[in-house]
Design a protein around this ligand. Sequence first.
Ligand SMILES: Nc1ncnc2c1ncn2[C@@H]1O[C@H](COP(=O)(O)OP(=O)(O)OP(=O)(O)O)[C@@H](O)[C@H]1O
Ligand SMILES: [Mg+2]
Length: 380
Amino acid sequence: MRDMQITVAGHLCLDIIPEWQTGTLAALQPGRMVHMEGVTFSTGGAVANTGIALKRLGFDPVLIGRTGDDPVGDIIRNLLRREDINPDYIALSPGETSSYTVVLNPPDTDRIFLHYPGTNDSFSVQDLDFGAIPPGIVHFGYPPLMRQMYIEQGAQLENFFKTAKAHGLITSLDMALPDPSSEQGKVDWKAILQRVLSFVDLFLPSIDELLFMMDSSAYDKVQQGFSRLDTSLLDDLSSTVLGWGAKAVGIKLGEEGLFLRTGAEAGATFGASWRNRHILAPIFRVPVQGTTGAGDTTIAGFLAGVALDKTPEQVLTLATAVGAFCVEAISSVAGVPHLQRVEERIDRGWERMQPTIINDSWRLGQSGVFLGPADCSELN
Ligand SMILES: Nc1ncnc2c1ncn2[C@@H]1O[C@H](COP(=O)(O)OP(=O)(O)OP(=O)(O)O)[C@@H](O)[C@H]1O
Ligand SMILES: [Mg+2]
């Protein structure tokens, strides 16, 4: 069995969450003091979330990101050390301020985020020493929140993946939803994906992000409730990105589960069982406490399965199970247990929910995932 090293690169920040128990948002007025009960500091971003989830699953990931040489950066490093993760691969930028988010969570309304992009915007591929990345998988998370990655039509992002492939790494990419009114929302994401995906083995966006980037009018229609997500939309989107060179695309669908489509070439990278697959893994039933970090922890489960040379059915099962452990806890990564406990719960017959988006051309495979009409499995 191959047991590969996993490296997680990209967006990293500190979340500062004052405990706001009484009073309302209206209390925020010039000159007034608003009483808080306490404060939580927690690492955020793809690097910390996927990295810590992998550590909790029992892996030893390498984390690559960038912070300033400042108190916020010190806290980020210390929080990672508390998880027994070595922060030494995270670049230090003297004189720069680290990225942080203040999460205002007043009892009377939805959360408000005060976000400073800081060193995520200056993270540069030129700073990376690819020779120091251990052989195995390298995952990059949230380029839409990292300015150097989307300016100049994504030249640095392409450079990242091209160089990773030249070093023999298996590459993986997750997105974030750009704010449509900001600079990152106005870049031509479709063109960026088109140039980058031929160097990406695993493309793991959420449906919102993929639709926003590929077809903004379809995205608006789904958002406004005029059109509904269905498998033919997933088929169209996945065929396009496979056509641009991604070896496998996994689309995160929230409560509808996790969709996977692979091409013929996926076999050479991931093993014969990965060739020409068309699968939808339903979610596992859990009482939902908080969905923050669901995407990142699901990716940790996915990468863990790939590193352990598992079949697509097993990888999707593991990924959706780790995502379910995440949403069952309030904190983003605290609910993720060791891989062995995840597998034990699956083996004990953990109930799965029926997806609503599939039609009669899909059938339930023995492994508990649904197989689409284009699926070419010899095993099911
Ligand atoms: N209510 C739920 N119950 C069980 N599992 C869930 C639930 N919601 C999400 N998941 C699992 O978590 C995975 C990732 O969630 P989602 O599709 O929301 O990702 P995302 O949009 O990238 O999330 P994030 O907001 O964390 O970036 C889903 O594919 C699913 O398997
Ligand atoms: Mg996400």
